[in-house]
Design a protein around this ligand. Sequence first.
Ligand code: ZN
Length: 303
Amino acid sequence: MLEPEEVLRRFGALRQAPKVGGGRAPHKPLLALYLLGRIQREARPDAGPLVVPYASAEPVVSALIAEFGPPGRDAHRAALPFFHLDRSVWIPEGDGLAPRHPVLRDRRATGRFVPEVEEALRRDPALMVEVARRLLAANFPDTYVAPICEAVGLDLDEAVGPKAKKRARGSDFRPRVLRAYEHACAFCGYDGMACGESTLLSPVALAAAHVRWHALEGPDEVTNGLALCDLHHTLFDRGLLGVDGARRIVVSPAFSGRSEAAQRAVRALDQRPLREPTASRDRVDEAHLGWHRAQVFRAATAA
Ligand SMILES: [Zn+2]
């Protein structure tokens, strides 16, 4: 019987050290989250081991990688993690398999969890939620959690478990970034405040966004931060807004407003200069903006 710590350790090892230059490689975590979603939804006391045909996982996992992975095309998207997910967790089955989409499809590959891992996850729903939380925290900013969970059908509130341990955030990151930008969105200038008790005002729906993600070694420094309203924070994290080398806002061609009004409101930002902090030492570092352009910003419509 596997101890919970051992299960957490095995999934924790899927967090990949950032590639040289801090490239993102969330393929394995996204497959693992998809599989956890299936376990959670299909768990019945009398259920046999979960056997996952590649053909059923591929469309969902490829779509997850296209939407939440780094920009760019990748012909063998779901094939890579399906074949390479760590063998202490996952066993691909079939003859003559290779990490290539046509091979796994044509040979009708299947995969299953290592039995003792599956047994531990089924026995302890809170452990499963904890594994999922840690995978999310290690690979994505908070703005990704709800859409990924929705896509894989995972419910993080279903079981009460200890919260994922996050790297302790520099406690003054948020106030320092918001102050540098005078409590207004660096893209649109939004500066809403809510009246607190005793008439003190505090910023509302305004976030200190990490340009290079906190989960991927982005430092808690003002030069890695932007004050952004909640809307622009989410669009920036999802790569639908970016900042070009001339420090102008760019709207991704992958963004589409369903209504004319939404389309106009976001498109109006295109090519507007970033609102810079008053103190030039607080300006966001071009190196971090370059990371965001390479790893997050969707310069083309989704593949
Ligand atoms: Zn804004």
